[in-house]
Design a protein around this ligand. Structure first.
Ligand code: S3P
Length: 446
């Protein structure tokens, strides 16, 4: 396990004037990881623009470099990756530290599982407590072998399969990471690898595999969404324009909704329907969000979002919607704290195994800020104030969770007294420059 490296950097956010402006938040984290990995597995030179240069994605860039692909920065968010072709990566010489990146490590385990090589992965204290069994189980069925800590935890060594077997696998949890790990291993399997997902999850891997030339078929069946990949394609290098991350845009978006008088435009936001559950939910709560300039980039829908402050009302968010907004519940809970009436969020079991136990962290933080909240095993109820500022005046422990840090700083903007976080460093994993972006819009975070 990596040792804690830097001293904590506490931050606090106080009551804010109206937020105004137009911003592009950093690139999509999910798409950035995949662009580097598929670039490494393609033949030729892939050029990426708008790559998220956050710690999570930089860990993936280092990992593909350690396996013989050449990923290098050529400018602001601009990267080139010289790939080695499907099955062409080389065994890394050192342990690979994936930092805080769950997506990075789980997808890279899929990549290694489909190669005749051995690699050892580790991560920070958060990543080393997250379950890996969900990916090792199907990857073992494909012929890979894993040795990790008790309970299937990192650090973990993957012995990849020289001849990975194509499998048909039904996901026991709604997880795009598990689906993607299986498909990435299946790239080097002779035959068709199929993943069936009872609840559809983000399909960036499928979209990008097609963009690089693989054949991926998707069918809706009685058992769920059936994704099949024909193994051993020749992936050809392509240019990838990474949209702004809707999961990062969510923070200034909710801030603009709840800080009176605000008007903010978020440009180039990736609006993949399997990611856009927050926009649907906020719409049901009465939010004024205009979706402008819809277009497509690298097989992904993109748009600009214009948001004006608006009174919100509580709603029930159904469990089926959870996969399409799984990372947005912390910030939705902040919106719910300001809404009129009760917001009930269901189907949240997966929040317990994110960068931290987010269900507990959100409930604890809201309660400390004077918001009425009730936490169940897989649900959360927030009783909103109808626009009255919550008391605030608390310090939230971030526990290496970037989204907890950002959500509670946004709460501080609409609280009577400032809300502090004990450590802002984790925000660099997904949203470097969060404080500068928010302060640029008129917030006062210091
Ligand atoms: C991701 C999938 C989600 C999400 C994570 C990114 C991805 O995780 O929470 O931030 O890029 O595939 P799960 O697959 O565990 O739901």
């Amino acid at each position: 396990m990596s040792a804690p490296t830097s001293p904590k950097s506490p931050l606090q956010a106080g009551p804010s004037h109206a937020l105004k402006g137009r911003v592009r938040v950093p690139g999509d984290k999910s798409i950035s990881h995949r662009a580097l990995m598929l670039g490494a597995l393609a033949v030729g030179e892939t050029r990426i623009s708008g790559l998220l240069e956050g710690e999570d994605v930089l860990a993936t860039a280092a990992a593909v470099n350690a396996m013989g692909a050449r990923a290098e920065r050529t400018g602001d968010g601009a990267w080139r990756v010289v790939g080695r072709g499907v099955g062409g990566l080389a065994e890394p010489e050192h342990v690979i530290d994936m930092g805080n990146a769950g997506t990075g490590v789980r997808l890279m385990m899929g990549v290694v599982a489909g190669h005749d090589m051995t690699a050892t992965f580790t991560g920070d204290a958060s990543l080393c407590r997250r379950p890996m069994g969900r990916v090792t189980k199907p990857l073992e069925m494909m012929g890979a072998k894993f040795t990790g800590r008790e309970g299937g935890l990192l650090p973990m060594t993957v012995r990849g399969a020289a001849e990975p077997l194509p499998i048909e696998y039904e996901l026991p949890v709604a997880s795009a990471q598990v689906k993607s790990a299986v498909l990435l291993a299946g790239l080097n399997a002779p035959g068709v690898t199929t993943v069936i997902e009872p609840q559809p999850t983000r399909d960036h891997t499928e979209n990008m595999l097609r963009w690089f030339g693989a054949e991926v078929a998707v069918q809706d069946t009685a058992r769920g969404r059936r994704v099949s990949l024909i193994g051993r394609p020749e992936l050809t290098a392509r240019d990838v324009a990474v949209p702004a991350d809707v999961s990062s845009a969510a923070f200034p978006l909710v801030a603009a909704l709840v800080v009176p008088g605000s008007e903010v435009t978020l440009v180039d936001v990736g609006l993949n329907p399997l990611r856009a559950g927050l926009v649907t939910t906020l719409g049901e709560m009465g939010a004024a969000i205009e979706v402008l300039n819809r277009r497509e980039e690298a097989g992904e829908p993109v748009a600009d979002l214009r948001v004006t402050a608006h009174a919100l009302k509580g709603v029930t968010v159904p469990a089926e919607r959870a996969p399409s907004m799984i990372d947005e519940y912390p910030i939705l809970a902040v919106a719910a704290a300001l809404a009129e009436g009760e917001t009930r969020m269901e189907g949240l079991k997966e929040l317990r195994v994110k960068e931290s136990d987010r269900l507990a962290a959100v409930a604890r933080g809201l309660a400390a800020a004077g918001v009425e909240v009730e936490e169940g095993p897989d649900w959360l109820v927030v009783r909103g104030s109808g626009g009255r500022p919550p008391k605030g005046g608390c310090t939230v422990t971030v526990d290496l969770d970037h989204r907890i840090a950002m959500a509670f700083l946004v709460l501080g903007l609409v609280s009577e007294n400032p809300v502090a976080i004990d450590d802002g460093a984790a925000m660099a994993t997904s949203f470097p420059g969060f404080v500068a972006v928010m302060n640029g819009l008129g917030a006062d975070i210091k």
